[in-house]
Design a protein around this ligand. Structure first.
Ligand SMILES: [Zn+2]
Ligand SMILES: [Zn+2]
Length: 274
């Protein structure tokens, strides 16, 4: 039994995940996870309609079906595993009103706050890596953390995802952007957001968890709660890499983690090794 949740899980609707939603749950049950939170990508409400790529997020007309499916699965698996209704919602500066309207449409257990769109384009999509040389890693990292801090303070999000996402392709600034990082960490604390410890980065070119150890230590020292996730886009990715991320958490001084129900935090002691 692993008492952890997997709080970042997609469905086929986002256009770059595959498998039946039920199979993601069955994998979580097989691993003995305590909870699985579906958090598919919110429709790209902040882009003009002709730029809402159906390979990056669910279409608007899929939203109600997504919510209905997760609520039905939550009932079906009750007593076996806790299935949570969540959403990975992009933060986009200037579109807070539109975001509010989307979030008002369903009774979420948790809402993940993500920044994928920085300075006018994606930073993590196929082909985005060229931007770091062209536009400068320093500029993109600083702008990313500025937006992440605004997201944290917006009050819309329970959990900040992949905290150091710009590193995905291994493109780093010459030295860490400490001012920008510190501002995002302070914003997470003040905004009452938790931060996910995500194994997804281990599967990317950068080859390390989000957030990296140096940042996770600062996040923990700031008293910010953490939770666990895989960012699964296939059933086999559910709970993937948890041996490494849980060990990382212990090494960084994590003593407890949070789960969510109806957007309320529930604290759990982090079990010791062995
Ligand atoms: Zn995705
Ligand atoms: Zn994401």
């Amino acid at each position: 039994m692993r008492p952890f949740p997997d709080y970042h899980v997609h469905t086929y609707r986002c256009g770059h995940a595959g498998g039946a939603s039920r199979d993601f749950i069955l994998r979580a049950v097989e691993l003995g996870l305590a909870e699985i939170g579906f958090t598919d990508h919110i429709p790209l409400y902040f882009l003009p309609e002709d730029r809402r790529d159906p390979r990056l997020a669910m279409r608007e007309d899929q939203f109600d079906g997504y919510v209905a499916e997760v609520l039905a699965l939550r009932e079906e698996f009750r007593g076996q595993i806790a299935v949570r209704l969540g959403l990975e919602a992009d933060y986009a500066e200037g579109y807070e009103g539109e975001l509010s309207s989307w979030l008002a449409r369903a009774p979420w257990d948790l809402v993940l706050g993500s920044v994928h769109h920085v300075a006018g384009d994606w930073i993590d999509a196929p082909g985005s890596e060229a931007r770091f040389e062209k536009e400068g890693a320093e500029r993109l990292y600083d702008e990313y953390y500025r937006l992440l801090a605004k997201a944290a303070r917006s009050g819309h999000f329970d959990v900040l995802t992949h905290f150091d996402l710009p590193k995905k392709f291994g493109k780093r600034p010459a030295s860490p952007r400490e001012r920008a990082e510190e501002e995002a960490i302070a914003a997470a604390r003040e905004g009452g957001c938790a931060v996910e410890i995500s194994s997804a980065g281990l599967r990317k070119p950068v080859g390390e968890a989000y957030p990296e150890e140096r940042l996770l230590r600062q996040i923990v020292a700031a008293g910010i709660p953490v939770t666990f996730s895989s960012d699964a886009h296939a059933p086999a990715e559910v709970g993937w890499g948890y041996d490494r991320t849980v060990t990382l958490a212990r090494r960084c001084g994590v003593r407890e983690f949070v789960t969510f129900e109806a957007r309320r935090k529930i604290f759990h002691a982090l079990p010791g090794p062995g």
